[in-house]
Design a protein. Structure first.
Length: 213
């Protein structure tokens, strides 16, 4: 795949609305947080060549599908944390690939520590990534983001409480449920900013890998 040319980038197609408290892209049709990016490639490249390059990217990017915003080595009860890490192990992020349809499906995990004074203790966020190859275009879509919330001391599952009281958010739910709750505006803004940067960095890494191949 020499002389690869990225002739255009289309970011967040069909995403026309955002939650008021954050800048995460939201699919107007489904209401889900969705990151979508399309790379347009040199038309002389075959779909098989592009497919092989994306496959190699997954093979070389396993660690990039389990990321975190802070060092969590000393966070929480060590034994409980070890059990949680084992249950969320993402040693094989590539879930499936279809050479005939030129499609990949992968799973990602982001560990997020809200820090001192935050209503959010520790989140483990799971998401799915779909990559479609169509002619000279590669489209990557990240969606279906689900959070799991843990107490930062015990590392047991815990609802997300607000300093103002009221009904807490469930310990496990879709990300959109947390974003819609006004009680967590400050914490959600920080989380949203991190997710925006982190996921866009992953998409940029895919772009750079294709470009360098």
């Amino acid at each position: 795949m020499k002389n690869l040319i990225l002739t255009g980038i289309i970011v967040c197609l069909t995403l026309t609305q955002t939650f008021a408290k954050n800048s995460l892209p939201v699919n107007a049709a489904s209401g889900e947080v969705t990151f979508k990016q399309t790379f347009t490639l040199n038309q002389n490249l075959s779909e098989d060549e592009v497919f092989e390059t994306v496959q190699n990217w997954f093979a070389n990017s396993t660690a990039k599908f389990t990321r975190q915003n802070a060092d969590m080595q000393n966070v929480g009860n060590a034994r409980n944390k070890q059990q949680v890490d084992a249950s969320f192990s993402n040693a094989r992020p590539l879930q499936s690939m279809d050479p005939s349809a030129k499609r990949f499906a992968a799973k990602g995990l982001i560990k997020y520590n809200g820090g001192a004074g935050s209503n959010i203790n520790v989140l483990y966020l799971e998401y799915y990534m779909i990559i479609d190859i169509n002619g000279n275009e590669v489209t990557a879509t990240i969606s279906n983001i689900k959070y799991h919330h843990f107490n930062s001391h015990t590392f047991n599952a815990q609802p997300i409480y607000s300093w103002a009281g009221g009904k807490p958010c469930d310990s496990c739910d879709k990300l959109e449920s947390l974003l819609e709750n006004d009680a967590y505006a400050t914490d959600v803004t920080k989380l949203s900013n991190f997710l925006n940067t982190d996921i866009r960095n992953l998409l940029a890494d895919l772009q750079q890998y294709i470009k360098a191949s």
